[in-house]
Write a protein that binds this ligand. Structure first.
Ligand code: UDP
Ligand code: MG
Length: 236
């Protein structure tokens, strides 16, 4: 079964507050109400009183199941899925201004500069009409997170973290055969290193804020989705 994060085992500290997750305490307008509160709190940024979507960050190491579970969330709850990795890969395919730099960075398992990624996320949010977004694989670093908050002007409503042992993640990545330039053992090792040193502090930050939901990322796609459902059904 799923459980809400109270601590991220030995790696993460305990949250100072907990998300309010009592399903019965919210009516059907929950997405709208909560996201309006968030945007008012942060001020500035790209959202207005008329438009303040519900934002979910989806985090986890390479091969932890972020993309797969995001597709299921889209089907069931009608979110718009923005994968930071996919947005960056699209720039490579389109041979855009930053394409070559992005390819080189991804091939090395390093992190693309915040401004580049955030510009793509911002454009995607602005061109979608939905009021519910999944931002998958971002923020990767504390610097990403702080730049996002400054530019977009809102914090995420909730953050999902797919927690998965490294052996499981490596096995999944090396067997998925999607033709990705970074799905090889050397780059996977770099990506795991980046995940541990740069992404875990971000996860820790959201745990401390009480908005993080840690989901056991092991098992079948259906088993994991049952854990995800428990989070979203409580928020609906
Ligand atoms: N990436 C990045 N910033 C982001 C998201 C992705 O620099 O905000 C780059 C980074 O090099 C990462 C790669 O894109 O290793 C692939 O990311 P994605 O989330 O698609 O894959 P995952 O690591 O989850 O398998
Ligand atoms: Mg992905």
């Amino acid at each position: 079964m799923w459980r809400r994060v109270t601590s991220l085992s030995h790696l993460l500290s305990s949250p100072k507050s907990s998300p309010q997750l009592t399903p019965t305490s919210y009516g059907p307008k929950i997405w709208e109400t909560l996201s309006t509160e968030v945007s008012k709190k942060s001020g500035g940024g790209i959202f207005s009183k008329e438009r303040s979507p519900f934002i979910t960050f989806v985090l986890g190491g390479p091969g932890s199941g972020k993309g797969t579970q995001c597709s299921r969330i889209v089907e069931t709850y009608g979110f718009t899925h923005l994968s930071a990795g996919d947005l960056l890969r699209k720039e490579i395919t389109m041979n855009s201004e930053n394409g070559a730099m992005i390819l080189d960075t991804i091939a090395k398992g390093k992190i693309v500069p915040s401004e580049v990624t955030i510009k793509l996320i911002r454009k995607a949010i602005e061109s979608a009409e939905n009021d519910k977004f999944l931002i998958d694989g971002f923020p990767r670093t504390e610097e990403n997170r702080i730049a996002y908050e400054r530019i977009i002007g809102a914090e995420p409503n909730i953050v999902l973290f797919f927690d998965c042992p490294e052996e499981v993640m490596v096995k999944r990545v090396l067997s998925r055969n999607e033709g990705r330039v970074d799905d090889n053992i050397d780059t996977v090792k770099e990506r795991l290193k980046a995940f541990r040193s740069l992404n875990l502090p971000v996860i820790n930050h959201y745990s401390n804020k009480g908005v993080l939901y840690k989901i056991d990322g092991t098992g079948t796609e259906d088993e994991i989705f049952e854990r995800v459902r428990a989070v979203f059904d409580a928020w609906k």
